[in-house]
Ligand binder design. Structure first.
Ligand code: 0WD
Ligand code: CA
Length: 391
């Protein structure tokens, strides 16, 4: 984007943060302000209902499997107020994903290569087929988890993010990298932190089976390697998006019909203050994550400090903003989505070089604007693999 345009438009929220003495366009760092919520306080933008265009699984070795093998069925407990799940059971035999192996967006790319026909433009043009074969006619490709972070940014005051962007064949590929703070935080985790991180996966085991009427087998070792991921297509104003997210289970519900569900665990409240902070910090994340892929139901297991879940509660994703409405300065969905819309426009305005070996780093930390680096050529942040770009 030219400086002239940014300055001529009052409504435009893009600034030029730094400008080199030489006025070299390549050295400019662009920024997007996210503190002033009035920039995003417009009506909820058009967000097309996400539709599933495919899915895949990751097996126990985290290998890509083009099937729904890992999709689990929700086994509904008869009484939500009377459950007893010990989340600490089986921790010593848990099979852990190798966290040192970065996965980038490789599994999404593998899925794309196997589903190129789903991206073909509906047109009767037969010319130039070779040229357009590799076009996805999609603006953005990423993990759902990244969009969740983007949506929550206007209200986040603890964790920043760092994202590498590559524009390739007209599509912006986004890949998240750990921030320095995140790396430090991971290094400083205590043994108890490590164990508590795994409670969510044990919880999933208590509620799932091969069919809705199976008895969950909670004696077998659990793991955080296997996963079922849905791939959805959506559109936010002018931005077309294809993204993938992990789905915990499918609920075959006699009343509401078949739908995906998301499992969460949460420490039970012992003080009203905790309920307020749950509404402010947790519900926004739960809402953003499930809303993005159209998951209508979230099942929360309330636990104590010893990892015992005593009760379950089902939440309707769409209603979470209402539950959080009564706290002072609450979060609002329109702010989140207008921010995301402007952030995606910002990316399009600064990332112009269409080249698989070029990345721009988009970084944000709380209280600061989003900044986008100059283009980096063949840097450590390159993430589009040759097996993807060479075909
Ligand atoms: O390496 C990492 N730090 C990340 C890995 C960050 C984000 C995602 N991932 C991987 C996941 O392992 C999974 O294969 O990407 C895929 C899921 O992508 P997503 O759906 O976009 O991720 P997100 O919405 O952040 O998380 C969904 C679920 C989590 O559920 P909860 O209820 O905790 O939000 O994906 C799982 C987890 O069950 N998950 C992970 N599983 C293993 N290792 C991890 C992880 N590091 N992060 C999320
Ligand atoms: Ca979950």
């Amino acid at each position: 984007m030219s400086l002239k345009r940014a300055r001529s438009n009052e409504d435009d929220n893009f600034n030029n943060a730094k400008k080199s003495k030489q006025d070299d366009a390549n050295l400019q760092i662009h920024s997007l302000n996210c503190r002033n919520h009035s920039n995003f306080d417009k009506k909820f933008p058009h967000f097309r209902q996400p539709s599933e265009i495919g899915s895949f699984s990751l097996d126990i070795n985290r290998r890509f499997d083009h099937s729904d093998n890992q999709l689990k069925a929700y086994v509904k407990p008869p009484n939500y107020d009377n459950v007893h799940f010990d989340l600490r059971q089986g921790y010593s035999t848990m099979i852990r994903k190798d966290e040192s192996k970065k996965e980038y967006i490789n599994d999404i790319l593998k899925w794309i290569l196997k589903n190129q026909a789903k991206f073909a433009l509906q047109s009767n043009r037969t010319d130039d087929l070779e040229k357009t074969k590799r076009q996805l006619y999609t603006d953005f490709i990423c993990w759902r988890g990244l969009l969740t972070k983007f949506l929550c940014t206007p209200y986040e005051n603890r964790e920043g993010w760092c994202v590498a962007i590559t524009l390739y064949n007209g599509t912006y590929y986004l890949c998240e990298y750990d921030t320095e703070e995140k790396k430090q935080h991971t290094l400083n985790r205590t043994e108890r932190d490590e164990e508590m991180c795994c409670w969510g996966w044990k919880f999933e085991q208590y509620l799932t089976g091969d069919s809705p009427t199976s008895v969950p087998d909670t004696d077998k070792p659990y793991n955080n390697c296997e996963a079922f991921c849905t791939v959805v297509r959506s559109r936010l104003n002018t931005h077309s998006l294809v993204f993938s997210g992990e789905v915990d289970a499918v609920h075959t519900d006699t009343v509401q019909g078949k739908h995906y569900v998301e499992f969460k665990t949460c420490r039970d409240f012992t003080h009203p203050r905790q309920y307020t902070s749950f509404k402010r910090y947790k519900l926004i994340k739960w809402w953003a994550q499930s809303f993005l892929v159209g998951i209508p139901e979230i099942i929360c297991g309330y636990r104590d400090d010893d990892g015992i879940v005593h009760r379950l509660q089902s939440y309707n994703t769409q209603k979470l903003p209402d539950i959080a409405k009564d706290i002072p300065n609450t979060w609002r969905p329109n702010i989140c989505f207008n921010f995301l819309d402007q952030l995606l426009s910002f990316i399009k305005s600064v990332v112009k070089t269409d080249d698989s070996s070029v990345v721009h780093l988009l970084e944000w930390s709380p209280g600061k604007p989003v900044i986008c680096s100059k283009p980096l050529h063949d840097s450590d942040y390159n993430f589009l693999p040759q097996w993807y770009t060479d075909v």
